[in-house]
Design a protein around this ligand. Structure first.
Ligand code: G3P
Length: 218
């Protein structure tokens, strides 16, 4: 499973890259706003900075909700860097845009996926990635991980190459469970990634190894 970081924060992106496990990044208008980035040129400049840090794909989201607007934005965004992937919302014109951009050879990530039907439609339209929102599904008292498992099964049966990008990850267990459910990629903030490496028995064990070494070598 590939690891993407879900943030527009350059320090966090650089820290994840320094871990040596970073395969890509995703952003959205809310994450850009959280970093105080506004205005078209500033947003484009910020995408360029992210693309310069990240070796893999970087999802940049359109803000238009009509086909022509999405096409125009997509053509502008792909000029920023070769690793830009266009993030398109799961709405009717979004499906048309997925189909059109796929035909143009432009890679896409269909976002705001909450059902098997939406996943199927996005894959049929040629999306390179689909982003089911695990945490937001859990918020509704349904089970986000079970959606990942079902989509993985459906894509395997149908032979779709669209990659399942588990998004709206809220904790380290979401990452592990996404891997077990068949996600191709997980995208999450830095903290759930760092949470994967923590275990008190590791700390206790290391402390004892170092203490024993010190005793034997003093
Ligand atoms: O990848 C989508 C993500 O940014 C949304 O996360 O926590 O707002 O549901 P959240």
């Amino acid at each position: 499973m590939k690891f993407f970081i879900d943030t527009a924060n350059l320090d966090q992106i650089a820290e994840a890259k320094a871990l040596g496990i970073l395969d890509g990044a995703t952003t959205n208008p809310s994450l850009m706003a959280k970093e105080g980035i506004s205005g078209k040129q500033n947003i484009f400049d910020h995408y360029a900075k992210i693309c310069a840090i990240v070796d893999g794909d970087v999802s940049a989201e359109v803000i238009s909700t009509d086909l022509e607007g999405m096409k125009r934005e997509a053509h502008e965004l792909v000029e920023i860097a070769p690793n830009i992937v266009i993030k398109i919302p799961m709405i009717k014109d979004g499906v048309k845009a997925l189909s059109y951009l796929t035909g143009e050879g432009i890679r896409t990530n269909c976002t705001l996926i909450f059902s098997l039907g939406q996943a199927l439609l996005a894959a049929k339209a040629g999306a390179s990635y689909i982003s089911p929102f695990i945490g937001r599904i859990d918020d509704t008292t349904w089970d986000g991980i079970s959606l990942i498992r079902d989509i993985a099964e459906m894509f395997a049966i149908q032979g779709y190459e669209t990659e399942i990008l588990a998004a709206s990850i809220r904790n380290s267990n979401h990452i592990v469970q996404s891997a077990m459910a068949g996600a191709d990629i997980v995208t999450c903030p830095l903290n759930p990634i760092l949470g994967l490496l923590k275990h008190p028995l590791t700390d206790i064990g290391l402390e004892k190894f170092l203490a024993d070494h010190k005793k034997a070598n003093s």
